[in-house]
Design a protein. Sequence first.
Length: 197
Amino acid sequence: MSPKQQRGEQTADLLLDAALRLYAAEGERGITVSAVTRESGVSLGSLYHHFGSVDGLVAALTYRWLSRLLTELATSLQSARTVRTGIRDLVRTYLTFIQEHRDAALLLHSSTADRIGMAQGRELRDAQEARLSAFAQWIQPRVASGEIAPLPLPLIESLVLGPVVAVVRRWLSGIDDVDLDAAARILPDRIWRSLAP
């Protein structure tokens, strides 16, 4: 990578990091051109050069953190010997990621991310396909061998991640009746039961 490319990457990182801090502090309304340039110390021209607009910056920030989450989830499956342990590892990895990256989790589980996902669903799916296919590659042989009920992959994904996402959204909303450590102990077995043949 050339020095110019390195500087460009550093500038983009400064903008993305600033946008995440602003989102965590004030939500979507906190991410304005003036706030991002002030918080990052980067010029207005650089923001537009790298992301085209504030919406482009928010979309890039969402993709960045979604990519990190999906990479960690895919990695968690690599050492799983059984479906049951794979589900356990996946759930625990997801919940640990949320606890360690609360600010990013707020964005990933927000109406902002939902809007981006709905508006750019096909592009998002295509961009993340390699990571999502890691889940599919792990699941499909287990369906074929009879370890998992023969359900369509999108339904399996929903049965695995749906309960986790619901618990995370509740926890992120500030409701004090959700314990993520307890969820990490309880959810894997309940999810496994929904997939058992």
